[in-house]
Design a binder for this molecule. Structure first.
Ligand code: KG4
Ligand code: ZN
Length: 335
């Protein structure tokens, strides 16, 4: 079965074609970053309008890359939620309409299930059950993934998500928006000995996170030491080390609590190389297998939606002709 996947939940227009026998055939991600950068965050109305402009050209591009025509598509998957309603509606309306016109089934996919299963796009021995660390701009969650569709959130953030903390601290350092990747790059030049940031909530039992204090700590450090180039890099380094150390400690604790032998990283912050390296070291010591999607599939993309859509369509699931999207949609309610 060949499935066209469409992702438009936020500020990326992502499209891909996934083949249940041959794997991923083609994918394109168009990012709106430049449009929103001047506002320091995503402007929902601008996001929706740009999805409208880009979605058809991106679909045409993916079909051309895969050397396929519309008659080769056996199903259409689109992100149904959670996300920005206007942005979601563009992908959902178009996806549902194309499926109707092509006379193939359609399926609405949960955005976070896409992230959770993105590691299946890589060639590996990954299988259920596993523990997942979902770290994106909007989420920091530890999830017990028992089987397809059965996900239990066992740890969550009490305030800012990890990516949000990266973005806010990056903004403070004058790195633009979204600044996670730029902060990570700057951290490479930082002196790890100069500053030590706190590791939030690690001395308390449990699997929840809190990152808003780190951004305040960064602010106080800037007020005290200024913002020359080296100080910026040193702050970036200390901030990143605190986030990474905290995530690693909580993953270790969750692995012990669940007795899982596989750990999967998902979401945009999963692209962070320092995080990947630290988790690898911890997993090696614990004899746990670590899996992560390639970097471009950590951030929002159509491939993960095409993959989940294909799995669900193969199981016989179908959406009706009605187009509905969900701004909020708890992962536990995906079934
Ligand atoms: O999953 P994603 O693309 O979008 C959401 O659904 O939120 O994640 C985006 C987040 C942003 O906060 C971005 O700054 C962060 O992932 N990010 C990174 C890196 N690359 C992206 N954070 C740290 N290090 C990176 N290399
Ligand atoms: Zn996402």
């Amino acid at each position: 079965m060949r499935v066209l996947g469409i992702e438009t939940s936020c500020d990326e227009t992502g499209v891909a074609i996934y083949d249940s026998e041959r794997g991923l055939l083609a994918h394109t991600t168009y990012t709106q970053t430049e449009i929103h950068a001047q506002f320091g965050g995503v402007v929902p109305e601008l996001a929706s309008r740009d999805h409208v402009r880009k979605i058809l050209p991106v679909i045409e591009d993916v079909l051309a890359k895969a050397s396929l025509t519309t008659s080769d598509i056996d199903g259409v998957a689109f992100t149904k939620g959670p996300g920005l309603v206007g942005a979601l509606l563009v992908g959902a309306m178009l996806g549902r309409t194309l499926a109707f016109a092509w006379n193939v089934p359609a399926i609405g996919v949960h955005h976070l299930e896409g992230h959770l299963l993105a590691a299946f796009l890589e060639k590996s021995s990954l299988q259920f059950p596993y523990l997942a660390l979902l770290v994106s701009g909007g989420h920091t969650e530890l999830i017990n993934a028992e089987k397809m569709g059965r996900y239990q959130v066992i740890g969550d953030t009490l305030d800012d998500a990890a990516g949000e903390a990266f973005d806010k601290t990056a903004k403070l350092l004058g790195l633009g928006y979204p600044g996670g990747a730029a902060l990570a790059k700057l951290a490479e030049k930082g002196n790890p000995e100069r500053f030590h940031f706190p590791r939030p909530m690690v001395d308390r039992p449990g699997l929840d996170f809190s990152f808003s204090g780190l951004k305040t700590f960064a602010l106080h450090t800037v007020e005290k030491h200024g913002l020359d180039e080296q100080t910026k890099a040193d702050i970036a380094r200390a901030f990143q080390e605190a986030v990474v150390a905290t995530l690693v400690i909580k993953c270790k604790r969750a692995l012990e609590a669940t007795q899982q032998k596989r750990l999967v990283i998902a979401g945009g912050v999963g692209a962070n190389l320092a995080l990947r390296a630290a988790l690898q070291t911890m997993c090696d010591k614990k004899n746990v297998e670590l899996f992560f999607p390639r970097q471009e599939f950590c951030t929002d993309n159509g491939a993960m939606i095409a993959y989940v859509g294909c799995e669900r369509l193969l199981q016989g699931e179908r959406d009706s002709l009605e187009v509905g999207v969900l701004a909020r949609w708890p992962l536990g309610e995906v079934e």
